[in-house]
Structure formats: C-alpha cells, structure tokens
Design a protein around this ligand. Structure first.
Ligand SMILES: C[S@@+](CC[C@H](N)C(=O)[O-])C[C@H]1O[C@@H](n2cnc3c(N)ncnc32)[C@H](O)[C@@H]1O
Length: 273
C-alpha cells in the first residue's frame, strides 16, 4: 500500500507546481477575491460563518480560502508537501488566517487534534483513497457533536468511463477492490501537455454502496445523497452546457449521474436515537 501512496504523493507534488501556474486554478483571481466554491455546495453545506471547518484533500487551498472568506475558521489537510506550501502561501498572500496540515487523510488523527463543526471534501478526492471505511471513521472522529460531513465528487458511475476517450466508453472497474488500478499519466488534468516525471497514477474504485455504507457505519446519519447530470471538467465526449458544466449530449433520452453530493450529520451531544 505504502508504495502506491508514495508514488501518488510524488505525482501530486509535481502537479501542485503545474496547477499553481494554471488558468484552471487561477490563483491570481483567488488572491483578488474570486470564490472557487460552487453555488450548490454553498447552499448544501449551509451557514459556515463563525464555524470551524476541516477541509480534507485541500490541494492548493483555493476552496479553503473561499470558505474562510465566508466566515469559517479553516484547517486544510493534504498529503502533498508542495500543495500545502502553495496553500500556505495563498493564505498568507490574501491575509487569511488558515491552518494547513501535511498528512495522509487516513492517518490524520496522529497529526491533528480537536473537533470541527464541518468536515468538507470535494472534487477529485475519493479515487485516491484506498479505504473508505477508514476515511469515514476519520471524518466522524473530527466532527463535533451536531457537526456536518459534506462530500461532493465525481459520481462512482462516471468513474467507470474513460476520461480521455472521444466517445463514451466504459473502461474502468466499478466495484471496490483492495489493489489499486494503475493508469498511465499524461500531463495533468489541467494541462495534458505538461511535463511530469511520474509515469502512473494509482486509483481505487469505489461504489455508491461502499460510500454510503462507510459513512453510515462510521455512526453518521446521512441527510441526503444528491446526483447531478453534469461533470465539473471537460471530458472529450461531454458537451459544455452553460451554467451546468459538462453533460452527455443534449437531445437524447440517455442520462447518467456524473457528480454527487452527500451530507451526513453527527448526533448532537445528549441526543438519543
Ligand atoms: C483533485 S485534488 C482535490 C481538489 C480540491 N478540492 C481542489 O479543488 O483543489 C486531490 C487532492 O488529494 C490529495 N490526496 C490524495 N491522496 C491523499 C491522501 N491519502 N491523503 C491526503 N491527501 C491526499 C492530493 O495531494 C490532491 O491535492
């Protein structure tokens, strides 16, 4: 396991430098005040002003900073030292007080203490994790009583599709497995022509059943699981739909869920079942 995570960490270190200079992440606009959060997640997470928020897999800190601007006291976590360095600099440049921790999410209780009102994670996170059961336990561990766990990511159904094919093609496993699936790396998702020394990425498939069972077994109460017909990134076989992101070609009856959000709560102190 260790070698897969070490390899992925090296890849994310390389990507952090590429992403920090990309128009996709556009750090300059974040410095000027642009909010990188999507309106649906702002609505679904709910009020963050005056609340503590733990952001898992925060990468460059763009969303972390955006939550802080909405009034949250933020802590970001990522296992890439390069990404954490960029995130710390972004917070410093914008005068935002944010705490960043460099750690594997799955071992975070060894690196961070305290509890949070909100645990948040988003966009491109689950596939990098070998163990969703442990991941959900970590989220539950850091939630204060009455706190909220919010996840929004690529839908497990969309993860079976080949993201570089010109036409919709099912090419990846859906059901969970212990060993990761190894894919060749071609630049980065923000720049396919970028030079990257790491040759492969290791991803773990996760099913909807696995996700929901992991969250429920961690003792959290699932409030909703929403499915969306759009993706947040331009896979070649999808069509840009203004205001929605990228969807299957319009006009036909064919539909697939491409993105999801899940919100779960930790029982308030003194609450009984
Ligand atoms: C696609 S990015 C997350 C995107 C982020 N929401 C954003 O918009 O910038 C995935 C992040 O997960 C981090 N990551 C991957 N595996 C991890 C792990 N086991 N523990 C902590 N971070 C991890 C990577 O370093 C990367 O920064």
């Amino acid at each position: 396991m260790h070698r897969f995570l070490e390899s992925n960490r090296g890849l994310w270190d390389e990507w952090a430098d590429i992403h920090a200079h990309s128009t996709w992440y556009d750090l300059e606009s974040v410095r000027r005040g642009t909010c990188k959060l999507r309106s649906y997640e702002i609505d679904e997470v709910g009020e963050v002003d005056g609340r503590s928020l733990l952001h898992l897999q925060c990468q460059l800190g763009t969303d972390t900073v955006s939550w802080a601007r909405r009034g949250a006291t933020v802590t970001g976590v990522d296992f890439s030292p390069r990404a954490v360095a960029v995130a710390r600099q972004l917070a410093a440049d914008t005068g935002i007080e944010a705490h960043f921790v460099c750690s594997d999410v799955l071992t975070l209780p060894a690196a961070l203490t305290g509890t949070f009102d909100i645990v948040y994670t988003s966009r491109g996170v689950l596939g990098w994790l070998p163990d969703l059961t442990r991941w959900a336990q970590v989220a539950a561990h850091f939630l204060a009583p009455g706190g909220v766990f919010y996840v929004t990511d690529i839908h497990p159904i969309a993860e079976v599709l080949d993201p570089s094919a010109a036409e919709l093609r099912v090419s990846r496993p859906y059901f969970p497995r212990a060993e990761p699936v190894c894919h060749p790396v071609q630049g980065s998702y923000v720049d396919r022509d970028a030079r990257v020394a790491t040759e492969v990425e290791y991803l773990w498939p996760h099913s909807v059943a696995e996700l929901i069972t992991a969250v429920a077994r961690a003792g959290l109460v699932i409030e909703f699981f929403h499915e969306f017909p759009w993706l947040d990134r331009p896979w070649p076989f999808l069509h840009k739909q203004e205001g929605l992101g990228w969807t299957l070609p319009p006009g036909g009856l064919g539909e697939l869920p491409l993105f999801f959000s899940l919100r779960a709560g930790k029982a308030a102190a003194g609450a009984s079942g």
